[in-house]
Design a protein around this ligand. Structure first.
Ligand SMILES: [Fe+2]
Length: 282
């Protein structure tokens, strides 16, 4: 398999000579923190879980060039929860960018992290890559929606950087993941989104959080990737709400100068799950 044909979840532990022009990217998602540092969801302390994930990434990954945190950052959308998040993300010691999910409050997020090295930009350009972060938060709903401003910014950024390989990051999934209950909470106006992105072949990846599980599909030139949560995981291919026994995890991506992506999902080893697997919701 060539690098260009390499699919998601292909381990990058072979001996490819990766260029120094590559970017090493870490994706964290769905940390679901609370104002209370000992706050729990389904019996799991979400802050402790995020700490273990960050420690594992720091100890096992090659130096990280940037980190993306793809929503459901704070379960109760509290300023104190975002302060805890900020403090933990600083341990990555790398440029780190956040976008909101359905559990977040985008304004409180921005206020809480302002003045810190952690950002909520719309886009960044680094080496040969353009990184676009979308806000799909729809207040009062678990579904996702991109408003006119988001769609317009997306169109403009794609048109402005046609020669940059591009990754688009957003919380909600844009295509069904074959879990009936999760697919009711998809990006509602995915047609509007794809009407824009399908015109821009420089898009190499569209990457979401929200689904709390690894996912891989292909659409046009782009990999559609979903990623595990830093706390609990949802059961794949499930009709109803279901919790998986998989440990907390993250995604690593290596972005090559030629536009290829090498990526893998990592779940913590030696993690004893304390979550309630029989739960029917949260
Ligand atoms: Fe979530």
């Amino acid at each position: 398999m060539t690098i260009a044909e390499c699919s998601a979840n292909s381990a990058n532990d072979d001996n490819r000579d990766l260029s120094s022009d590559s970017l090493n990217v870490l994706q964290l998602s769905d940390s679901h923190l609370f104002a209370d540092p000992e706050g729990q969801l389904l019996g799991m302390q979400t802050l402790a879980s995020l700490r273990r994930v960050i420690k594992d990434a720091n100890e096992t990954l090659p130096p990280i060039d940037l980190a993306l945190v793809t929503g459901d950052l704070v379960h109760d959308a509290s300023p104190a929860g975002y302060s805890l998040l900020k403090k933990e993300l600083l341990h990555l010691n790398t440029p780190t960018y956040c976008l909101p999910g359905n559990h977040d409050d985008p304004e409180i997020l921005k206020r809480s992290i302002s003045g810190s090295p952690i950002g909520t930009p719309f886009s960044i350009q680094k080496k040969s890559w353009s990184i676009i972060l979308l806000d799909s938060n729809l207040p009062g709903s678990t579904k996702g929606h991109l408003n006119d401003e988001q769609l317009s910014n997306l169109q403009q950024t794609l048109s402005h950087f046609p020669n940059h390989h591009t990754l688009i990051w957003l919380h909600h999934h844009t295509m069904p993941v074959k879990s009936k209950w999760l697919d009711t909470m998809i990006l509602k106006n995915a047609d509007d989104f794809f009407a824009i992105t399908d015109q821009h072949p420089q898009i190499k990846g569209i990457i979401c959080g929200h689904i709390h599980q690894a996912f891989e599909e292909k659409h046009k030139n782009a990999l559609l990737l979903g990623s595990p949560s830093t706390c609990f995981q949802f059961k794949p291919n499930s009709t109803d709400f279901g919790i998986d026994n998989k440990a907390p995890g993250y995604r690593q991506l290596t972005l090559l100068p030629n536009g290829a992506i090498i990526t893998k999902v990592v779940h913590l080893k030696h993690f004893s799950n304390s979550i309630d697997l029989s739960s029917s919701g949260y």
